[in-house]
Design a protein around this ligand. Structure first.
Ligand code: NAD
Length: 321
């Protein structure tokens, strides 16, 4: 069995490697070659923790396994990350445990890859301005991966606590791109691409604030009850997602579907556009919205890539098991 510890991940796998792995598995999902198993998420009644599993199988790559972990709110006080996860991979032919892989950085990278993939396939080719809503831990990863997809000339940012935007300003500075902290009206009026990555339970961005032709990647809503944009905005858009079942139950589309503003059959899996069995954006004026809910197969795809790289680079830790 191979161990790839958390501390090895940063030096092993790039954002581009994660992008390729997630793009492959999204296409596999749309072809029904890969599927996610039902998600388990429980409040365990200890340390205020939320703990669960995300698992699945990709018959194309033979990635089989699960990500186990969750949220421990008291960790930060102990100098640890609140979100903790570990990915276990199994041999699809024998069921033997193949690898244990640190999942914290990989989760951030696979989530950033998802919104970047949506930009690659759905944003207008001439997009120049990117708007970021949210400036927490995940936001820097989303912005970095997005900046690789179009020659963006400006970054606009909004956060509930504007002082946190310094994180995004630093990412823009890495690429030599100007950054501006703005209100939501300006962000919506000027951005060609908008990424939302907050933990909000009430709509932040309104339908009237978004202009025709915008691509939105809504990435923060991954739980029942969370919401980042008005349901009317979702209804005005052509909606794409990683997985329809999650989109309508825990994703941004849950509210529009619940309110009868969006039909489940109108939601398109992004893998179909990668496939390509769907054309993606049809007109420059269309609003496209990617509802990125985060699926276990993304975790397995990037963990497999990390294991392959660890073996190729001779840094895989092998143990008898
Ligand atoms: P974080 O705690 O570091 O940052 C949270 C962000 O949300 C901050 O910008 C904060 O200001 C903002 N926020 C919180 N409550 C808000 C409110 N009521 N109104 C407006 N803004 C609010 O978290 P993070 O690691 O950056 O993750 C952000 C979100 O993304 C979380 O909700 C997390 O569950 C989700 N997430 C989704 C995926 C996925 O695959 N879709 C993966 C990882 C994280």
């Amino acid at each position: 069995m191979i161990i790839v510890p958390e501390r090895a991940i940063a030096g092993l796998i790039s954002a581009a490697d994660c992008f390729a792995a997630v793009e492959q598995v999204f296409a596999s999902m749309a072809k029904k070659s890969a599927y996610n198993f039902p998600v388990i998420r429980e409040a365990i009644g200890h340390a205020n923790a939320l703990y669960g599993f995300k698992s699945g199988f990709d018959r194309e790559s033979l990635a089989l396994g699960l990500k186990s972990g969750g949220f421990w709110p008291n960790n930060a006080a102990m100098g640890l990350t609140n979100h903790q996860s570990t990915i276990f991979l199994f041999d699809a032919d024998t069921g033997r445990c193949r690898a244990v892989v640190g999942g914290n950085l990989l989760t951030a990278l696979r989530t950033a890859a998802a919104s970047a993939i949506s930009i690659k396939y759905l944003a207008r080719p001439d997009a120049q301005v990117i708007g970021m809503i949210g400036a927490g831990h995940q936001s820097a990863f989303q912005l970095r991966a997005a900046l690789d997809q179009r020659p963006f000339e400006r970054v606009l940012g909004w956060n509930r606590r504007p002082e946190a935007l310094i994180r995004l300003e630093a990412v823009a500075a890495e690429r030599g791109i100007p950054f501006e902290s703005v209100g939501l009206d300006r962000l919506g009026a000027e951005a060609d691409v908008i990424i939302t990555i907050t933990s909000s339970f009430a709509p932040i961005l309104k339908a009237v604030q978004v202009r025709p032709g915008t691509h939105l990647a809504c990435m923060g809503t991954d739980t029942k009850g969370k919401q980042e944009v008005e349901a009317e905005l979702v209804a005005n858009a052509t909606v794409f997602t990683d997985e329809i079942a999650q989109s309508i139950s825990i994703g941004e589309a849950q509210h529009a579907v619940e309110n009868g503003l969006l039909a489940v059959d109108d939601i398109i899996e992004i893998g179909a556009v990668i496939g390509p069995s769907h054309w993606g954006r049809s007109t420059p004026d269309e609003i496209t919205l990617f509802d990125g809910t985060g699926v276990g197969l993304q975790d397995l795809a990037v963990a497999c890539a990390a294991v392959d790289l660890a073996i190729a680079k001779g840094v895989a830790i092998e143990v008898e098991f």
